[in-house]
Design a protein around this ligand. Structure first.
Ligand code: IMP
Ligand code: MG
Length: 179
């Protein structure tokens, strides 16, 4: 597995420090609120698990599973919902938790979908942001790292379902995903 990684882009410690900083901001901004965190599966599961343990306010968690990628490393534009919300988010303060904001297609679709359910507020928290590839102008309210236009894996992010268990964020060797 590690032999497929060209370089470590963000170390385990750097991720940890960033997750704490993001949680601090959310704790402050939502201190009198009762937000629902919605994790976008599968990529966000590691980030969600670490973030939520730094959240000090009372909150709820839900997940959605969507996919825009199939098994390719380039986006198709089509978004499919595999798992919908279990909670009613009407009049709730909602925070979407995403692993990476890339073209913006997935989140554009998802945010429209969630807005149609009338939350009282909707914000986006993403660990990674790849602005170079944006096709739809979306900005995150809470953003961890801005990264260059490279395909990254680890800390929940996959290539063909692999590498999610790496504790850091690494750049995959291009020869692994050129098809
Ligand atoms: P978007 O719709 O292009 O913004 O794509 C968002 C989704 O694509 C993310 O939730 C990831 O699952 C996936 N993705 C985008 N870039 C990468 C990457 O560099 N590594 C792994 N997955 C990625
Ligand atoms: Mg993925």
């Amino acid at each position: 597995m590690v032999k497929d990684i060209e370089s470590v882009l963000i170390t385990e410690q750097e991720v940890k420090d960033m997750v704490s900083r993001l949680a601090d901001r959310i704790n402050e901004d939502y201190k009198d609120k009762f937000p629902v965190f919605i994790g976008v599966l599968k990529g966000s599961f590691v980030f969600m698990a670490d973030l939520i343990r730094q959240i000090k306010i009372c909150c709820e968690i839900d997940f959605m599973a969507v996919s825009s990628y199939g098994n390719k490393s380039v986006t198709t534009g089509a978004v499919k919902i595999y798992k919908d919300l279990e909670k009613d988010i009407e009049n709730r303060d909602v925070i979407i938790v995403e692993d990476i904001l890339d073209s913006g297609l997935t989140l554009n679709y998802l945010m429209g979908y969630l807005r149609s359910r009338n939350p009282s507020s909707l914000r986006l928290c993403t660990l990674l942001d790849k602005p170079a590839r944006r096709m739809i102008p979306i900005t995150a309210d809470y953003k961890g790292f801005e990264i260059p236009d490279a395909f990254v894996v680890g800390y929940g992010l996959d290539y063909q379902e692999k590498y999610r268990n790496l504790p850091y964020i690494g750049i995959l060797k291009p020869e692994i995903y050129t098809d």
